[in-house]
Design a protein around this ligand. Structure first.
Ligand code: CO
Length: 413
């Protein structure tokens, strides 16, 4: 971890302590009138209009944390600061990134998406063509297959929740259903797979089943109401609901319809899951049922005993979240959290539950159940099933240990 990141953590801890202290104070019916603290300067004529707004001072600590590969320029990730976010929409500037060779400079003018291969009418779509199609909007999460991968390691990593689980974000994506474009090119009976590549220098190329493409994949042009930003795939990217990040191809260049998958590097060497018997699962697209508490969370400091709101996020690659339970005693007892409406398929759900901290040691956990009936497993069960050769698809229950001093740390129980 870079020293600048460490200093961010210190700043964050102080801020969070103040905040939680304030929440605890409110619960003990303190007097808040009259309003005497506001300085006169707040009521003097203010700053001018701005053409494009920027975040306020409080948000200075809300940044993406970058983990890059010094041996391969442009290869790495930036983590979304889950501990700084509320609700379910990730601001565009804080959406996580995973690049294999940097952010290519792709221009809208001259951009084309080619669809060819096992089709009767190969076509190329300009950005203007794509914009002319009817559009759909959906709130969807995108999660890197490697999110939370530190949990496969023997010891729990010491980091804040965003740096442990922040290779996921949730946005409203707007664009053209891929099925409509495929309909235009008239796929032949041979078409069983899509081989999709991007404009980046790594030449990211993945294979996606034709049936999923016809079901709900979007060629997205807009993210949270504005054109997709360069680092998230401008001018167009695939959004594949519920499926691992790598198939949500950014800067999409072409789609080749084919009878078989390509078995590219990204289909085989990476994004496959080595099991304990030494064999690997491949094409494990669907993300698991998962949840994590974002407050209190690892790196926080509880100021004093009292009532806190447990806040967290839940999601599933199989559809909707039906239930989230929370525990404060390491899973001995569970109770239901409230799910914030709307609860949408393949999207983040914010859950909340009150919790009284007595000042004693506690283990905070959350456990999600999805519409397919899947229940988030414990880490022990996940390792029992898969061994520890795996790297992708960690969706086990996350445990935050609170000690008698109110220090909250990542724990394996
Ligand atoms: Co996978």
């Amino acid at each position: 971890m870079a020293s600048s990141e460490k200093s961010k953590q210190v700043v964050k801890r102080i801020k969070r302590r103040q905040f939680l202290g304030g929440a605890a104070a409110l619960s003990s019916s303190s007097v808040i009138y009259p309003i005497s603290a506001a300085p006169d300067s707040w009521r003097t004529p203010g700053a001018p209009f701005s053409n494009y707004g920027v975040a306020g001072d409080e948000q200075e600590s809300a940044i993406r944390w970058i983990t890059s590969n010094p041996a391969a320029p442009g290869d790495g990730v930036s983590w979304s600061p889950l501990h700084e976010l509320e609700g379910t929409v990730t601001p565009n500037g804080l959406h996580f990134e995973r690049h294999h060779n940097g952010v290519p400079k792709v221009e809208g003018a001259g951009y084309e998406l080619a669809i060819h291969g096992a089709v009767e009418k190969p076509m190329a779509f300009s950005l203007n063509n794509l914009r002319q199609y009817p559009q759909v909007s959906r709130q969807l999460f995108i999660e890197c297959g490697g999110n939370s991968s530190s949990y496969w390691l023997p010891e729990p990593a010491r980091a804040q929740v965003g740096h442990l689980h922040g290779l996921i974000s949730n946005a409203e994506w707007t664009g053209v259903p891929l099925a409509w474009l495929l309909d235009q090119v008239a796929p032949t009976a041979e078409a069983r797979w899509l081989i999709v590549d991007g404009h980046d220098a790594a030449g990211v190329t993945v294979s996606i089943p034709f049936d999923k493409a016809m079901q709900d994949v979007i060629v997205a042009l807009y993210q949270n109401g504005e054109a997709i930003r360069p680092e998230n795939g401008y001018p167009a990217r695939l959004v594949v609901p519920g499926w691992e990040g790598i198939v949500n191809v950014k800067w999409i260049r072409s789609i080749q319809l084919a009878r078989q998958p390509l078995m590219s590097r990204f289909d085989t060497v990476s994004y496959t899951d080595l099991q304990k018997d030494g064999r690997a699962r491949r094409f494990t697209f669907e993300m698991g049922v998962k949840s994590v508490l974002t407050s209190p969370a690892s790196g926080d400091q509880l100021a004093s005993a009292g009532v806190y709101e447990l806040r967290g996020l839940a999601w599933s690659g199989a559809g909707r979240i039906d239930r989230v339970e929370v525990s404060a005693d390491g899973g001995a007892n569970w109770r239901d959290a409230t799910l914030q409406e709307p609860v949408l398929d393949y999207a983040w759900v914010r859950f909340r539950a009150p919790w009284e901290w007595t000042g004693e040691a506690a283990i905070l956990q959350s456990r999600a159940t999805d519409s397919a009936g899947r229940v988030q497993p414990t880490r022990a069960v996940l390792l029992e099933e898969q061994g520890n050769n795996a790297y992708y698809h960690y969706n086990g229950i996350v445990s935050w240990a609170v000690d008698e001093d109110g220090v909250v740390e990542n724990s394996y129980l």
